[in-house]
Design a protein around this ligand. Structure first.
Ligand SMILES: *Cc1c(COP(=O)(O)O)cnc(C)c1O
Length: 473
C-alpha cells in the first residue's frame, strides 16, 4: 500500500483514497507519499506518441496503489480527458529559440485547473458512492480553481460545493464562469477580502473539528494530493515530446499556490530528467524573495493583470520545504507557527541550498507582462494570457543562462479569460470559445459574505439544511 504522511507529522497516515477525500491533514499539514514511485527510462521513453490518457494512467496509478481498482481509475481518466477540445489534450508548440509553449487550457473552463479537477471529481464521486457517504466540498479560488471545480462537480448528488473567491478581485469571465451555473448543489461566495483571506477561512473551517465533522468537509484546493499528481502528467508528455528521457528539459511555471510547479518537482523525483524549474511570479513575489533572501515573508497582496497569482501565502511550498528539510515535521511545525504569529520564517542554509539547486525564481512586473503578450503575438501570431506571459518573461531570463536546454512554458489559461490584458497589449479582443460565447448575458447567482469564520460556518449550515429540506419534500 502507498501511504501518505502529513508534513506536520501529527496526523494519521492515510491511503490514496482517504488522502483524496481529506485534502488537508487534520494537523494542518499537507499529505505526501511515504516514497515516490519510480519510472524507468524505458517506461518514460515508451510514453512517446501515446494518448494523453494512457500516460496519465501510467503516471497516476503507482500513487493510487491498491486503494482503488485500476478499471475505475482508467474510466475516470478517460472520461475526464474526452472532454478536452484538442486531441492532444495538452499540445506543445514552439514560440522561440529552444522556447516552447505547453497549452493547458483546452478543457471546459479554459485553465490548467481542468486537467486535474476533472479527474479528481470522478475519483471523489466514485469513492463517496462506494462508501455511501456525502461530502461538502469547500474551496477558495483566486479565480480559476472555482470555475474548474464547479464544472467538474456540478450536479453530483453525493456532494455540495462551496467556493469562496475574493470579492471584486477576479476577472469578469472568471466570476461569470462560476456564478452563472446555478445548480442546486453549487454555492458561490464572494468574500470581502483577498484570496489569502478566503484561503485562511477555508483552512480555519478545516481545522475546526465541529465544522469538519458536521459538514463532512472535503478539499479540492491545490493542497489536495490527487491534484498535484494529475498535474505531473503533462511534464512527462511535454518533456518526452522534446526528447526526454535522453535529453533534459527545463520548465517555467506561472506560480501562485505552488501546486503546478510542485507537480514538476514530483515528476523529476519519479525519474523525469528536469534541469531547472523556474518559478515565475508577478508583483506578488514572496517566492522570488524567499529564494533570494532565505526569508519567507508575507507582504501585502497587490492586484495585477494575472489575478490567479495574486497570492502571498503559497500553500504547497510547505511540501517542498518538508522535503528540503530532510522530512523533518518539527521544522515545518516551527516554520508554520512563525508564519502564523509573525508573518514570516527563515529557511535554514541547508534547505535553502537544496531548493536553489533545482529552482530559480523570477519576478515579472506589469509592463513586462504586457510587453511579452505583445512580443509573442508579433513573433508567432499566438495570443497568450497574462499568467503565461509572466512565465514567458521568466523563461527568457532563465534561458539566457542555460541556452542549450529546451525550456517549456506552462500556458495556464486561455487568453479570452483575460480580455482586457490582451486588448491592452495587442489591440485584439480575444473571442471566447463557442460554448461560452453567451457568458456575459447569463444570470449570476452568488452571495457576498464578511471575512469571518462564524459567518461562513452558519451560512454553510443554512444552505445544507435548505438542501435537506428540499430533498425531503
Ligand atoms: C492557478 C493558476 C496559476 C497558479 O498555479 P499554482 O498551482 O497555484 O501555483 C497560474 N496561472 C493560472 C491561469 C491559474 O489559474
Amino acid at each position: 500500500m502507498v501511504k501518505y504522511i502529513s508534513t506536520r507529522g501529527e496526523a494519521p497516515s492515510l491511503n490514496f483514497t482517504d488522502a483524496l477525500i481529506a485534502g488537508l491533514a487534520q494537523d494542518g499539514g499537507l499529505y505526501l507519499p511515504e516514497a515516490y514511485p519510480q519510472l524507468s527510462a524505458a517506461e518514460i521513453a515508451g510514453f512517446a506518441g501515446k494518448p494523453y490518457a494512457q500516460v496519465a494512467e501510467a503516471v497516476i496509478a503507482p500513487f493510487v496503489g491498491d486503494a482503488l481498482e485500476r478499471k475505475y481509475l482508467r474510466a475516470a481518466i478517460e472520461a475526464a480527458y474526452a472532454l478536452f477540445d484538442h486531441a492532444a489534450v495538452a499540445p506543445l508548440s514552439q514560440i522561440g529559440d529552444n522556447l516552447f509553449l505547453l497549452e493547458l487550457f483546452h478543457g471546459p473552463t479554459l485553465a490548467f485547473k481542468d486537467l486535474a479537477m476533472q479527474v479528481l471529481s470522478r475519483l471523489m464521486r466514485h469513492v463517496l458512492a462506494a462508501r455511501g457517504k456525502r461530502a461538502t466540498i469547500l474551496g477558495a479560488t483566486s479565480g480559476d480553481t472555482g470555475a474548474a471545480a464547479i464544472a467538474a462537480f456540478r450536479g453530483i448528488a453525493e456532494l455540495d460545493l462551496f467556493i469562496l473567491y475574493p470579492h471584486e478581485r477576479i476577472s469578469d469571465v472568471q466570476r461569470r464562469q462560476m456564478t452563472t451555473i446555478g445548480d442546486a448543489n453549487t454555492h458561490v461566495v464572494a468574500i470581502e477580502g483577498t484570496f489569502d483571506d478566503a484561503q485562511a477561512l477555508v483552512k480555519a473551517l478545516f481545522a475546526n473539528k465541529r465544522a469538519r465533522e458536521e459538514f463532512s468537509l472535503a478539499g479540492v484546493n491545490s493542497i489536495n494530493w490527487a491534484r498535484v499528481v494529475a498535474q505531473a502528467v503533462y511534464y512527462f508528455t511535454s518533456a518526452v515530446a522534446l526528447g526526454a528521457p535522453h535529453r533534459a528539459v527545463s520548465f517555467a511555471v506561472p506560480t501562485g499556490n505552488f501546486g503546478d510547479i510542485l507537480a514538476g518537482w514530483i515528476a523529476k523525483r519519479m525519474g523525469l530528467p528536469i534541469e531547472r524549474l523556474v518559478i515565475a511570479t508577478n508583483a506578488n513575489d514572496i517566492l522570488a524573495r524567499a529564494l533570494a533572501t532565505g526569508r519567507y515573508e508575507v507582504g501585502q497582496v497587490q492586484a495585477t493583470q494575472s489575478p490567479s497569482m495574486d497570492i502571498q501565502v503559497s500553500s504547497n511550498f510547505e511540501r517542498l520545504l518538508f522535503e528540503a528539510c530532510g522530512r523533518d515535521p518539527a521544522a515545518i511545525r516551527r516554520a508554520m507557527a512563525a508564519l502564523q504569529q509573525a508573518g514570516s520564517f527563515g529557511i535554514e542554509p541547508g534547505p535553502l541550498a537544496a531548493i536553489r539547486a533545482e529552482f530559480d525564481a523570477v519576478r515579472i512586473g506589469e509592463a513586462e507582462t504586457t510587453g511579452e503578450i505583445a512580443r509573442v503575438w508579433r513573433e508567432t501570431q499566438k495570443l497568450i494570457d497574462p499568467h503565461t506571459a509572466v512565465a514567458v518573461g521568466a523563461a527568457r531570463a532563465a534561458l539566457a543562462k542555460h541556452p542549450a536546454i529546451p525550456m517549456v512554458v506552462l500556458g495556464t489559461a486561455h487568453p479570452a479569460k483575460f480580455p482586457s490584458a490582451i486588448l491592452r497589449a495587442t489591440n485584439i479582443d480575444p473571442p471566447l470559445p463557442a460554448h461560452l460565447a453567451d457568458l456575459a448575458s447569463r444570470r449570476e447567482h452568488y452571495d457576498v459574505l464578511a471575512r469571518d469564520e462564524a459567518v461562513l460556518e452558519s451560512f454553510i449550515r443554512g444552505r445544507l439544511h435548505e438542501a435537506e429540506r428540499a430533498a425531503a419534500s
